[in-house]
Design a protein around this ligand. Sequence first.
Ligand code: SF4
Length: 616
Amino acid sequence: MEPVIEVKDLKTYFRSPQGVGKAVDGVSFKIQRGSTFALVGESGCGKSVTALSLIQLVPEPQGFIAGGQVLLKGRNIVDLPEREKRKIRGTEISMIFQEPMTSLNPVFTIGNQIVEAVKLHQGKTRQEARAIAIDMLEQVGLPRPEELYYEYPHRLSGGMRQRVMIAIALSCRPDLLIADEPTTALDVTIQDQILKLMKELRDTMGTSILLITHNLAVVYQNAEEVAVMYGGKIMEQASTKKLFRNPMHPYTIQLLRSIPGIEKRGMTLETISGIVPPATEYPAGCPFAGRCPREMEGCAGIRPPLAEREPGHLVACHLYDADFMSKPHSKPLKREAEEAEPLATPPGERPVVLEVKGLKCYYPIRKGLLKKAVGHVKAVDGIDITIRKGSTLALVGESGCGKTTAGKGIIQLLRPTAGSVVFHGTDITGLTDRELKKYRSEMQIVFQDPFSSLNPRMMVGQIIEEGLKSLKPRMTRAERIRKIEETLERVGLTPEMRHRYPHEFSGGQRQRIGIARVLAVDPEFIVCDEPTSALDVSVQAQILNLLKYIQRDFGISLLFITHDISVVEYIADEVAVMLDGKILEHETAEAIFAHPKDPYTKTLLKAVPRIEQAAS
Ligand code: SF4
């Protein structure tokens, strides 16, 4: 059977002041009708550029297709005139992106946006297009499609907006749907619904799907075939079953090992050393050289071909090449593998550091000319929490359940409406700002987005010093500098890095800076608000290890706010599940995962995609 799409030796390059970056460098694969093919790998490995090349949307003039073919039902679309390419987009190939809000036009109604797509690509009348639009809204499981037709995007939740994007993408029944991280911004239950919906629509319409994601569990549960990308190349490719049963490439193995989960509790997570290099700096040989724990002397200089090492299992690694391995350049380099090591188990019963009782954070709803309060949004509605010394309480729940507001309310970044927060015997809710200053250094917060929480105009040293000046005013300048350098080392950076700006660092390093800023003032209690959700799994593993180390070494208590259950399984001692501003269940991690009681907790846990046969 002819594949829907066949990519042959695709090369997409980008010009930059640093030289030409080979973002996609000789990629080949096929997708059969009605099947899902997944591309996985860390950010910056070439997945999204591959997708843009398929739909012929590489940003010009910096980006260009330097070679290869994209055969859509046998026809090479790379060299077609722009007019022809435009016809293909939307009718034969559609794409859905990670963030539906930025892809939907805020000034047009939902109905209008689908109708325009249908009219443009299928030449239907407005009346016919309207009927198709309503039918599609119904097919993607949206309630009251006739009413929704007239709604604007901002009135819809994230999950609903993603369904609308799918409705638009599928309204012309394309041969290929490219889904680029379609569920990354969504909660786990919504993610589950969207992925099921995509599968259903694929099976009924026969659409093929190219699924791009960094979530290996999502791939495991949704794709028939998978290719692991690194450095603009495919490193390993096989059926999903084969690849997860027997991952062969060191990169795939390391990616799988860095996923947190319940079985890794009490251990450090294995990490991949270093970061993904920019496309202009890929080595001449194996792109993974420099980070690979099994690197040999010849790897950086000799490129391993992607070859069939087992029936239907392609791997680009010299380890499986008998000829390479028989030569002297197969001598292993002495690189320390960053292996998992046991972490000291915390003592059983620990003293309470912080006790929250009946905490409420309400926001007034104001209406009318005089902006009179007509009601309240009960973001946090009477929660009780106890946090013990040196332990981690995970606060889990879906977006909008009140987790972040609760975290801010506890450390008084937001003044609560009611309730008490007793920290070391003092109820801090009644303190004035001046009185509160004494406690500010002891209670800190690490934010989700390491980039926007660091001032881009300040050097790293200045960023950390700012907090010290304000919260430790008695420190001399020399003491502050010493403290900054010590803290940078503590989080795995170097003292000299204090002279650099945030943009000079990778995402993981920026999160380390965010943690260093907090640690410098010697806190006892840290609220970590989704500190790893913007990071790749390998970088996430480094940050989780770091948090575990500082907790072990300094006895710091953590309130870990997240919607990622596998992170909770790994890091939490206790878990509190939140919904609509209330805590439904608060238990030890072991109890909650073994015997969840609340139906909502059960739904949440059931929706988490899992890999059943991960690499050992
Ligand atoms: Fe590691 Fe060498 Fe294999 Fe590349 S070729 S993945 S560096 S062992």
